[in-house]
Design a protein around this ligand. Structure first.
Ligand code: NAP
Ligand code: ZN
Length: 352
């Protein structure tokens, strides 16, 4: 066991403070990573503030962070895919049973025994897992990803959650050229969804509640932008979309988007609002529409996504911040004011 530096919260209302945490020495299948950048996901904010108290209550102190890139520092004796000095990345999961049908099929995110990167029982040290707002992490090698060398590291970190969470449903539901795709909510996930849908050749319509984001949406790859409070502009797309990805972090009127879908159209929720969303069933009956959800992606698909990003030169648009600004970043995230992901430069934690 060794001590790592981390940034943690002690309660739902406390500011972040510096803290030393225990990390295990790498066992034979582990990789110890010196963290260089960690993205700030809205899930970090939900969890740190215990907004998901019903589904996933927060255990304090909490060290969030599941968009991790860094360099391998040490490897266990059985690790063959990584060596010290390699670039490496970790997303939302750090373990799973590896034997269940979901794991066997490459869907570790559906494994009943998976372990999330933070706020999950830690079978090695007891207590809960601690995430990437830290200078170091130790992870089973099955959950360590290769980072293509061409990617900017600060912008690559958010791919580990925002990237895979939007890439996976788009591949699953067949976003391709000739499809009309909606993206609701232009935040960390939403802006990655726009980049992927555009690169996959779809006609992309962004729905945003923030009129000032219109120019950015077009620059990111949107073909059209609709301000969601403009009901006439919304109506123009009624019954016309093949697929909608909804990445809104708070309660909102989902029915306004369901009616925009054409025959057999599907709207997938990736946003995780703390409150239930009322659904008008009639909106689904007409045109045989469906409403679905999706959570991150499997490890092989995450590697595929990173390689796709290298091939198409895709990274997240980031505001790089020192760790001392995380509280301020959370305030801005809560106001939908980030362009379009905060990425923490972990050098700022090393100098604490
Ligand atoms: P984010 O950067 O804060 O973006 C969310 C966007 O939603 C905002 O930029 C805003 O876009 C819109 N929005 C926020 N509050 C709203 C409100 N009250 N009404 C309408 N629109 C609102 O968050 P994120 O990191 O992309 O995460 C989005 C959600 O996905 C979170 O709930 C997060 O927990 C969840 N998530 C899920 C998964 C998964 O695997 N399913 C993975 C990661 C994150 P506009 O300004 O354009 O309206
Ligand atoms: Zn996330």
């Amino acid at each position: 066991m060794y001590k790592a530096k981390a940034w943690s919260v002690a309660s739902a209302t406390s500011p972040f403070v510096s803290r030393r945490i225990d990390r295990r020495d790498p066992t034979e299948h582990d990789v110890q990573i010196e963290i260089l950048f960690c993205g700030i996901c809205h899930s970090d904010l939900h969890q740190a503030r215990n907004e998901w108290s019903g589904m996933m209550p927060t255990v304090y102190p909490c060290v969030p962070g599941h968009e991790i890139v860094g360099r391998v520092a040490r490897v266990g004796s059985a690790v063959t895919r990584f060596k010290p000095g390699d670039l490496a990345a970790v997303g939302c999961m750090v373990d799973s049973d590896g034997t269940c049908p979901e794991c066997q099929a490459g869907f570790e995110q559906f494994c009943p025994n998976f372990v999330l990167t933070y706020n999950f029982p830690d079978k090695h040290l007891g207590g809960v897992t601690y995430g990437g707002y830290s200078d170091s992490i130790v992870v089973n090698d099955r959950f360590v990803l290769r980072v293509p060398a061409s990617l900017d590291l600060a912008g690559a970190a958010p791919l580990l959650c925002a990237g895979i969470t939007t890439y996976s449903p788009m591949r699953h539901w067949g976003v391709t050229r000739g499809k009309k795709v909606g993206v609701v909510g232009l935040g960390g996930l939403g802006h990655m969804a726009v980049k992927f849908a555009h690169t996959l050749g779809a006609h992309v319509v962004v729905f945003t509640g923030s009129p000032q984001k219109k120019e950015d949406a077009l620059r990111l790859g949107a073909d059209e932008v609709v301000i969601s409070s403009d009901s006439n502009a919304m109506q123009k797309h009624a019954g016309s979309l093949d697929f909608i990805l909804d990445a809104v972090a708070a309660g909102h009127d989902i029915n306004a988007y369901i009616q925009l879908l054409g025959r057999d159209g599907n709207i997938v929720m990736v946003g995780a609002p703390e409150t239930p969303l009322p659904i008008s069933v009639f909106g689904l009956l007409f045109r045989r529409r469906s409403f679905s959800g999706s959570i991150i992606g499997g490890i092989a698909e995450t590697q595929e996504m990173l390689d796709f990003c290298a091939q198409h030169n895709i990274t997240s648009d980031v505001e790089v911040i020192p760790i001392q600004k995380v509280d301020e970043a959370y305030e801005r995230l809560a106001r939908s004011d980030v362009k379009y992901r905060f990425s923490i430069d972990m050098a700022s934690l090393r100098s604490e």
